[in-house]
Write a protein that binds this ligand. Structure first.
Ligand code: B12
Length: 272
């Protein structure tokens, strides 16, 4: 993008005063204008998009330092859920670690977790999975994308603490390594006031039940990505049924229970 705008034009395009723009530029390094031979700053369309993006975040209540850190230094600005989703897939294909990290963080900063999960992260990972199946994304690139999302969700989970509703224990079925859907459920439960004990991938059923009992948990949620995994889990739960007062939910793509938001709402009602 050819930098052709002076600071007055950038101010006119974005509505942000020129002294604010200079401050953002100098303190937070969010813009890197080129200089004319006479030393005048020249901004590009990318700079316009970056200033507008920052302005939107400030409007949502972010502080400028936080918004600048979230924006990162990439050469693209994703302003819609479609751009975020496509950006995550493109960053995976390009193995662009930095862009991937910022785009995933930006997705998680959307105004609702539903938007982040349903409109951006789940379809982006599904597309990465299709690219992997067709050979246009390597196993390493797929791992990079899923590990980035997983790490960002774990960070969100560790940032929040609550126990208004009681404790929910979350585990993947035995042999199950797909855990991102379960992590989304964990983040959403926690944001709704649950204390979450997140056990993660490949957990023996009896151990998860015993842990839930030990914690006097209100709910125990399992995730199974395959039908075989879900059926084996159901068989195990049938042989050693958990105590009646423990709400047990088996969800994931191997079952018919896939809606995280619905499950959170139902558990909330039952626990009330
Ligand atoms: C990332 C990934 C992996 C990672 C997982 C890393 C991790 N830490 O989670 C790794 C590398 C481990 C992996 C391994 C495998 N994978 Co994989 N993987 C994926 C990929 C790309 C994304 C999965 C994901 O996280 N999606 C995002 C989440 C949010 O979506 P979700 O899992 O569908 O969950 C949603 C709901 O089900 C719900 N949910 C989930 N759990 C629960 C629980 C409850 C209680 C509730 C209410 C809701 C809920 O929440 C989500 C939001 O709606 C998918 C592609 C895809 N289409 O999803 C392939 C995919 C699922 N994998 C696939 C395959 C084949 C495999 C392997 C067999 C590959 C191999 N040969 O080794 C192994 C199996 C490993 C195992 N034992 O489990 C296939 C499955 C095909 C099929 N027949 O179903 C897919 C579809 C890829 C493809 N296009 O072929 N995989």
């Amino acid at each position: 993008m050819n930098p052709s705008l002076n600071i007055a034009a950038l101010t006119q395009r974005t509505g942000v005063p020129s002294d604010t723009i200079r401050k953002w530029e100098q303190r937070y390094g969010v813009l890197h204008p080129e200089r004319t031979s006479g030393g005048q700053r020249r901004y590009s369309e990318l700079d316009v998009a970056r200033v507008e993006w920052l302005k939107e975040r400030l409007h949502e209540g972010y502080r400028i330092g936080e918004a600048a850190a979230l924006l990162g230094a990439g050469d693209q600005v994703a302003r819609t859920v479609d751009e975020l989703r496509n950006g995550i897939v493109a960053a995976t294909i390009a193995s662009d670690v930095d862009a991937l990290g910022h785009l995933v963080d930006q997705a998680l900063a959307l105004s609702t977790l539903d938007e982040s999960f349903v409109d951006v992260l789940t379809p982006a990972l599904a597309e990465v999975g299709e690219c992997w199946a067709s050979g246009s994304v390597s196993v390493a690139q797929e791992h990079l994308a899923s590990a980035t999302v997983r790490a960002a969700l774990l960070k969100l989970l560790s940032d929040q603490r609550a126990d208004v509703h009681g404790t929910a224990v979350l585990a993947c079925a035995p042999g199950e390594r797909h855990e991102i859907g379960l992590l989304m459920l964990a983040v959403m439960l926690r944001s709704e006031g649950w204390q979450v004990a997140y056990l993660g991938a490949d957990t023996p059923v009896a151990d998860a039940v015993a842990l839930a009992d030990g914690l006097d948990a209100t709910a125990l949620c399992f995730s199974a990505a395959s039908q075989e995994g879900a059926q084996a889990l159901d068989r195990e739960l049938a042989t050693t049924p958990p105590r009646e007062s423990l709400m047990v939910v088996v969800g994931g793509r191997g079952t018919t229970t896939t809606d995280v938001r619905d499950t959170v709402a139902q558990l909330g009602k039952l626990a009330a």
